[in-house]
Design a binder for this molecule. Structure first.
Ligand code: NAD
Length: 350
């Protein structure tokens, strides 16, 4: 267990077993503030898989918060979905008591398998929850950040705005559909796919999008490919099909392995690191929790442009993949002088 924590540099791991509730809270790092991250409520094959997920995701949240300049640490919760029948409201209330026992070291939010009602049930037991109905859906803020990040990347890579460019969007969920709407307004042409055909047809009618099969999205002629569905979609099989110049989407963990980022760099495709471009939702959740106004939150999201431009410049100057630059910058913010790299110092100088 300790070596698993060490592998992901996670500082704390908390467990709760109570009736049908089997929950894990991983706190990666508290240097920047209380840990904030979603709660997953999905099936796991075994306990080790659930713990590994919590550890990996908590680390990702620390990096995301660091580069978004959000005063939060990285944390994540996982509840192993019980087999058979159970009282869902009671389960999330018990989980709320578990969060309360950590006295604010961890603030939860919605993630795969959880919904607003669950957050409201948690909130009946603890104030340390950031996506209950009184706070609101973070997806529009995530989409706002993705549009901004995509425009920034296209300006950097192609020296132009979105008008007349083609964007292939994979997944038209809460974020993907909002992104399609905004890109249509910006004058971009859209190619879309979703496993739910109704969503694709809706985008076809509303935005004049071209609909393709889910397996055909990678090989489309386009300037931008935007993964907005699942993770790990950038792998050896898919990247050899890509014809785009930029990859900019909201999905978490888009790179199946680290070396895929390097391969994209060698293919001269500008990959916008996922946890930077999709951090609008975290900025929103943290901002609302801390009582920031909509205007202040919008201002914080706008700073993503600056951060991304710095990543792109360093990537170009150092001939290093963009995701590596982002990781090193986040590590420098989290670990300061202990960090071996100098990219964040270079960042200040850009
Ligand atoms: P969502 O569940 O609302 O939408 C995902 C969509 O992708 C669905 O319409 C689904 O049918 C589609 N999809 C799934 N697999 C697909 C495939 N193989 N091909 C095409 N379409 C597919 O989720 P969301 O909230 O829009 O989030 C999308 C991604 O962004 C997720 O990876 C999520 O973790 C990440 N993310 C979301 C937010 C947020 O604020 N919602 C913030 C950060 C990151």
């Amino acid at each position: 267990m300790f070596s698993m924590m060490q592998g992901q540099t996670v500082q704390e791991l908390h467990f709760c077993q109570q009736g049908p509730l089997n929950a894990v809270i991983a706190i990666h790092n508290l240097t920047l503030g209380p840990a904030l991250g979603g709660c997953r409520f999905i099936d796991y094959e075994n306990e080790e898989q659930a713990i590994t997920d919590a550890l990996r995701l908590a680390k990702g949240m620390s990096y995301k918060a660091a580069l978004a300049r959000v005063p939060q640490g990285g944390g994540k919760a996982v509840i192993i979905k019980p087999k058979g029948s159970f009282d869902r409201q009671q389960l999330f209330k018990q989980f709320g008591q578990f969060i309360q026992s950590l006295s604010g070291r961890y603030i939860t939010a919605m993630d795969s398998g959880t919904q607003v009602q669950d957050m409201d049930d948690i909130r009946s037991q603890t104030p340390f929850v950031s996506s209950s109905s009184n706070i609101g859906d973070p997806s529009p803020a995530t989409a706002q950040g993705v549009v901004l990040g995509m425009i920034t990347a296209v300006e950097f890579q192609l020296g132009q705005d979105m008008k007349g460019l083609t964007v292939a969007i994979q997944g038209l969920g809460h974020v993907g559909m909002a992104l399609a709407k905004q890109l249509h307004k910006e004058g971009a042409k859209l190619i879309v796919c979703d496993v739910d055909e109704q969503k694709s047809l809706w985008a076809q009618q509303a935005f004049g999008a071209t609909v393709v099969n889910v397996d055909d999205i990678y090989s489309q002629e386009c300037e931008v490919f935007s993964p907005c569905g699942l993770g790990a979609v950038l792998n050896e099989k898919t990247i050899s099909q890509l014809k785009c110049k930029v990859i900019a989407g909201c999905a978490n963990n888009q790179l199946a392995q680290d070396d895929i980022g390097q391969m994209l760099h060698e293919q001269k495709i500008l990959y916008v690191p996922d946890y930077v471009i999709n951090s609008g939702g975290l900025i929103f959740a943290s901002g609302r929790f801390r009582g920031l106004s909509a205007h202040q939150i919008g201002h914080e999201i706008y700073k993503l442009k600056d951060t991304l431009n710095k990543i792109f410049i360093l990537s170009k100057n150092k001939k290093q993949a963009s995701h590596q630059i982002a990781n090193e910058m986040a590590e420098h913010i989290l670990y300061g002088a202990e960090s071996q790299n100098t990219n964040a110092n270079m960042l200040e100088a850009v």
